[in-house]
Each structure stands twice: as structure tokens, then as C-alpha cells.
Design a protein around this ligand. Structure first.
Ligand code: PLP
Length: 389
């Protein structure tokens, strides 16, 4: 049945009216502990005072100006990202999907300008890069592409983490390799450090650009500012969104000078991308999260949560199989049906998010208090007991 809002989501019947930290309040006044954080978006929880202040201050000054002018808030955030990462330059978008579009364009333009056009982009099964026609072609799964063809050509799909398959597929025709260091939608599947290193070496060997999609795993989520830092390898291009805006729609493509060399004036644009509101908020989010002591806390909290989850899995072997992930990007591989577990969690006023591979995701605010972690574990335990019954 058609509804006023296009029914592309299978929605749960809760509606929230306000939030504070890791808690959401529903229309009926009931409170929910939020381990979804808008799918890794509300990185500092709901209504963080510093973000509310930054947004309202900027809102009183200036919301939007065209990118035909200099935007100081945008330049400040770009400068901060350049200082804290491998990148030399940044383009701002309003979403993760848009970062996929630019990453693809940038990689193809790079080779075109070198006089040797290359179209092939290697991507991986289970990947999620967004919902544009380009991004679904990159992901390639039947679920996302069926009925939307013809798709953007040029993508090759390999099993996630299969080095031998990658070695066989990559060659002088390869424009780029695009990968999430930790797959989010795919089920919190972590690419081992050795694979990321091997990937970097193969790309260098064949002159292909390496694109990391850190839209979900970036911005402090794993306990480093960006997940690839754990492996000690850097990409040529990186996609960032979700957490960087703390809830304000904001994305960014970060790149080395070399990888970005084709993107000269007139080759790309965005009306809203890099607007003063989003960039003012993004700069505040980055300032808070990139602090070493903040990231150390994410690691400590991640360890604490993980320890509790390991014992939860041990207590409920019929419901859970294993803990996955790093820092506060956590997953529970389920033995029971993951959507049943998510529903049982709702019954405990606990919000978790299903993922592929029969996993539920726990993506709390990065500043979740220890008490809320303990409360979440108690609720997960009660929900698991209900699933067993
Ligand atoms: C969410 C997500 C995207 C798409 O971001 P949108 O803001 O929904 O367009 C792309 N890549 C990954 C890894 C994501 O998790």
C-alpha cells in the first residue's frame, strides 16, 4: 500500500521526539537506550551541548552560501582533516553516497589525465557504498541492483578478504580498488591488517588507486580517528560521512594531491556540500573526537563493552555465536535470527541494528557512559533470555 512517505523502509512502529546522550524518548514518553546512534551517525550522542551551541551560533550567523565563494568554515574543517590524516585535500558532500560518486569519478579522471584511461574498479562482496546508481553498481549485490539496470559498467566483485582472488584480478586495467576496512552493512566484518597491507602493495604494483570507504568505520568509531590507521597503511582516496557530522548531514572525500590531480575547476560540484552549518558542526565533532584522550576512552569503553559481550555470548550459546568488530563498532554474530534478537531488544527498550550475515550491530555514541554500557549489557541479557524461551 502506498503511504505519504515512499515505503522503501520496513519501519519499526516507534517514533522519537527527543534525545539526550545515549537515550531517546518516544512519543509515549518511554525511554530507549540507543546502541544504533542513527547507524553510527550520532557519534557524540544526542543533543551534545557543544554541538548544539556550535549549530545554533552558526545558524544565527550564516546557513548557506554558494561554493562560487570562499567558505571559511569549510576551509577550516578541510585544513583540520588534512592535518590529522594522510590527505592533502578535501571535498565536502552531504552524504556517504555522494562520496562514492566522487571517489569513482576522481579515480577514473586520474588515469584519464595520465593518458591511460582505466575503467575497472574492483569491489568486494558484502560491501555497501550507498544507493546511487554508481554506488549500487559498486556493491553489486542482487538485493541492491535488481530492477535498476543497466548499471554503471566497470565493476568487478571479489570475495571479501580473498587475497589470491585479488592478486589474480588486479592488473594494468585496474583503475582503483574500493573497500571498507570494516564492513558495516555486510555484518561488521573486519579486514585483517595483513590484508590491508597486501592490498596497498598490489595497488602500488599495478598503479591502481586505493579507496577506503570509512563512512561507517571512520571518525573515531574503532578507537583510532580512522580505522585504517590500525594497519599502518593509507589509501589514496577516503570516503567519510556519518559520524563526521554528528547528526548533521555531512560527508567528505579526502585524497592525496596525486590522486586528486584530475579534479580541476569545473570537474565536480555540489550546491550544499561544504555549507557553513555542516562544516561548523563537523569541525567541532572533529576537534572533540580527534583528541588522543577521547580516542583512548573509546578504546577503553570498547574493551569494556566487548568483555561484557564475550560473557553474554558464553551465557547464551543458542542465541549468539561470536563478538565481532573493534572499538565501539561491535557486532554479535547470531545463531538465532538476528531480526528476532533486534525485536527482543526493542522489548527491553534497547535499540540495536541488524546487518547482513545474521549479525546485530552495536554502534553506540562514542562517549557512552560506562553505566549505560552496563545497562545495555543487562538489557541484551534479558532479551537473549526471552529469545531462548
Ligand atoms: C552508510 C554508508 C554509505 C552511504 O552513506 P549515506 O549517507 O547513506 O549515503 C556508504 N558507505 C558505507 C560504508 C556506509 O556505511
Amino acid at each position: 500500500m502506498i503511504t505519504a512517505v515512499l515505503p522503501t523502509y520496513n519501519r519499526t512502529p516507534m517514533a522519537f521526539v527527543s534525545g539526550k546522550g545515549s537515550w531517546l524518548t518516544a512519543e509515549d514518553g518511554s525511554r530507549y537506550l540507543d546502541l544504533g546512534a542513527g547507524i553510527a551517525v550520532n557519534a557524540l550522542g544526542h543533543a551534545h551541548p557543544a554541538l548544539v551551541e556550535t549549530l545554533t551560533e552558526q545558524a544565527a550567523k550564516l546557513w548557506h552560501v554558494s561554493n562560487v565563494y570562499h567558505i571559511p568554515e569549510q576551509e577550516r574543517l578541510a585544513q583540520a582533516l588534512v592535518e590529522k590524516t594522510f590527505a592533502d585535500t578535501v571535498f565536502f558532500t552531504n552524504s556517504g553516497t555522494e562520496t562514492a560518486e566522487l571517489a569513482i569519478k576522481m579515480a577514473r579522471k586520474y588515469h584519464y589525465d595520465k593518458g591511460q584511461p582505466r575503467a575497472e574498479i574492483i569491489a568486494f562482496e558484502g560491501a555497501f557504498h550507498g544507493r546511487s546508481t554508481g554506488a549500487i553498481a559498486a556493491a553489486g549485490s542482487e538485493k541492491m541492483v535488481k530492477g535498476f539496470g543497466p548499471l554503471m559498467p566497470g565493476f568487478t566483485h571479489l570475495p571479501f578478504g580473498d587475497h589470491a582472488a585479488l592478486k589474480a584480478a588486479i592488473g594494468p586495467q585496474t583503475c582503483a580498488v574500493i573497500i571498507e576496512p570494516i564492513q558495516g552493512e555486510g555484518g561488521v566484518r573486519t579486514l585483517p591488517d595483513a590484508c590491508l597491507k597486501g592490498l596497498r602493495d598490489l595497488c602500488d604494483q599495478h598503479g591502481a588507486l586505493l579507496i577506503f570507504d570509512e563512512v561507517q568505520c571512520g571518525v573515531g568509531r574503532t578507537g583510532r580517528l580512522f580505522a585504517h590507521e590500525w594497519a599502518g597503511v593509507a589509501p589514496d582516496i577516503m570516503m567519510v560521512a556519518k559520524g563526521i557530522g554528528g547528526g548533521f548531514p555531512l560527508g567528505a572525500v579526502l585524497a592525496t594531491e596525486n590522486a586528486a590531480s584530475g579534479m580541476v575547476a569545473g570537474t565536480h560540484g555540489s550546491t550544499y556540500g561544504g555549507n557553513p552549518l555542516g562544516c561548523a558542526v563537523g569541525a567541532k565533532v572533529l576537534e572533540i573526537i580527534s583528541d588522543d584522550s577521547f580516542l583512548a576512552e573509546v578504546n577503553r569503553k570498547g574493551g569494556l563493552f566487548r568483555q561484557g559481550l564475550e560473557s553474554l555470548v558464553a551465557r547464551h550459546p543458542k542465541v549468539f555465536e561470536a563478538v565481532r568488530g573493534q572499538g565501539l563498532m561491535l557486532g554479535l554474530k547470531c545463531k538465532a535470527t538476528n531480526t528476532d534478537v533486534v525485536k527482543a531488544n526493542y522489548d527491553q527498550n534497547l535499540l540495536t541494528v541488524a546487518a547482513a550475515d545474521n549479525v546485530i550491530r552495536l554502534l553506540p555514541a562514542l562517549n557512552i557512559p560506562d553505566d549505560d554500557i552496563a545497562e545495555a549489557l543487562a538489557r541484551l541479557d534479558r532479551a537473549a533470555t526471552a529469545v531462548e524461551a
